[in-house]
Structure formats: C-alpha cells, structure tokens
Design a protein around this ligand. Sequence first.
Ligand code: ADP
Ligand code: MG
Length: 333
Amino acid sequence: MKSVKEADVSGKRIVVRCDFDVPVKNGQIEDETRINNSLPTLQYLLGKGGKLFLISKMGRPKFRDPSLSLKVVIENVSQKLGKEVVFKEDLNKARLEDIVLLENLRFWPEEEKGDLEFSKKLASFGDLYVNECFATSHRSDASFVGVPKYLQSFAGLNLVREVTELRKILNDPERPLISIIGGAKLETKLPAINNLAKISEKVLVGGRLMFEVGGQVLPQNVVVAPDDIDQKDIGSKSIRSFENIIKSARTIVWNGPMGVFEEEAYLKGSQEVAKAVSESKAYKVVGGGDTIAVLEKLGLLAKMDYVSTGGGAMLEFLAGKKLPGLVALRYYD
Ligand code: ADP
Ligand code: MG
C-alpha cells in the first residue's frame, strides 16, 4: 500500500474517496469531524498542484432522496479548502475544474453492487485514486474496490494512520487485552465478538447485543452483561463486573455503547464503563460513531489514546479480516 505522499500529484486529476457522510439535521451539519479528517489529504493534494474529483456517500438512500444530497457539504468543504467546489449531479464529461464534488454515490445503485462499468466511469474523471475513508473500507462498493482497478491507487494520510495504529493492537498488544462490545448491529458484531475473543483475554458484551447473543454458543472468555435495566442499559451487577475486568487491562478496545445513552435514564452503564476505561492505565482504543458520541457527551473522549473513525471497519480489521478497500490498495501484499 502506497501513501499519497509517494504519488506524483502535480498537474494530475485525483479521484478521492472521501468520508463526507456527516450527520445532518434540518439541513445543517451536526458534526463536521468526518470532513475535518479528510482535510489534511485534500490540502496536501491541492498544495502539490493536483485537481480534485471528490466522491463520497451519504446515508443509505433507497432512491434519489434530496434529503441525502451531498449538496449540504459544499459550502463547508469549500470554506475549509479556501476554494470553490463545483457540484456535479451526473456522470457526463465535465470541464476541468480545481475541485469537483460528485453527488451522493449511493444515488447510483451500481455503487453498492461494486459494478465495474460504474467504477470505470468514476475512474475516467481522474489520473490517480486516493482512498481517504477507512470507515467504509470493509465494504466492497465500487468506489473502494472497482476504481483502483483502473487507476494507480494510494492511501490518504488519515487512512495510513488508522492502519498503523490498529496494526499495533492486532499484532502486538500489551496484555491483557480487554475488548468491550455494545450497541446494536448484531449481524456485524456477532462475528466481531467471536474474532475478538481469539485475540483478547476477555470480551465484555453490553448494549442491545447482550440480549441478541442469547442462544448463541459463545467462546468461554466472552462475558455477557449479567443484568439490565428495562432491557435498555446494563445493570449495576454488570457495571461492577465490567469495572473489575477493565482494571486488569493493559490494552482496551471499545466499540458500541452499553445502553440507549441518548436517553438520560439509560446513560449510566456507558458512563460508568467510560469512567473505568478513562481511569485505566491501559492503552485505550475506541471507534464507532455512537461510541465517540457518548464519550464526547461525557467529556471523556480526550482520555482515549486512539480514536478510530471506523466502527465496523475497526472491528473487522482487528478481527484479522482482510478489508476489501485495503485489499484494493494492496495493503496485504
Ligand atoms: P457505534 O456507532 O459506536 O458502532 P452502534 O451503532 O452499533 O454503535 O450502536 C449504538 C446504538 O445502540 C445507539 O443508538 C444505542 O441507543 C443503541 N443501543 C445500545 N443499547 C441498546 C439497548 N439495550 N436496546 C436498544 N438499543 C440500544
Ligand atoms: Mg452507530
């Protein structure tokens, strides 16, 4: 895998797979973190005399849903880069502008299907390709796996950093390594629980997952929260048990809140676990949109040693699975 720093950028058009999938409410961006994460790479490319063709998805539209148009980020991105951003709604040939932003990739059903004709079309807008979206690199969408088949490909600065940090945890963590998994998405998290159990001394399970794993045969070192409050948070017995285990850790990986933290009454489990993690001397790695949100809400995000932009992608990487987006960049070669 080559870093964007190794690319010969001057005078080239670069297709950059960004992560502009920011939360939007009433037409306003609620959290700009993801846009900010792409900036160093975009500024670097512009500084080297490159022209940018920016692509990203937003949300999960089932059709050309105007409420999920990427138009909403134009002004923000343009302001941050100090240059005009030209918006493009179709895939017709276009004039050579300094910065073009394509409409939400998921408005084309071909994106999720990994369609090669669509990939080729996207590739036709550039001379080089850069992936600066670690958080979705565990998917096989056209913008990750297809475009690199047609263009020389590089990893963005933030993606390089993600992989460097997470590789340390995967290969040589200080032990004991304790993994904490919560939140909701069972389909993605059940395999993660099983895989993390292989590399961790213990895996603690809270969130809605604690009910969903019922009936599953789990590895012996998986500790499912023993009690709950209204099925919306872990109970006091669980908190005490988790605190004790967290105290023993030298490395901690955490993805997924312990309860419905959006409701004050069910914040406690996440709060107490967050406190225990913060007070631990272990190397602390967290990831996932809601996990970051709850730590921010509690004012404890700065206590973490590394904050990954990826939830699902982080778990799959740490489980030792090959992420399709990284395979396309030849990371595993
Ligand atoms: P992340 O974004 O950090 O990867 P997830 O998206 O998997 O985390 O999970 C976060 C969501 O899980 C939150 O919206 C939270 O309300 C929900 N959640 C956590 N515990 C429960 C529960 N016991 N019942 C229902 N929803 C839960
Ligand atoms: Mg989430």
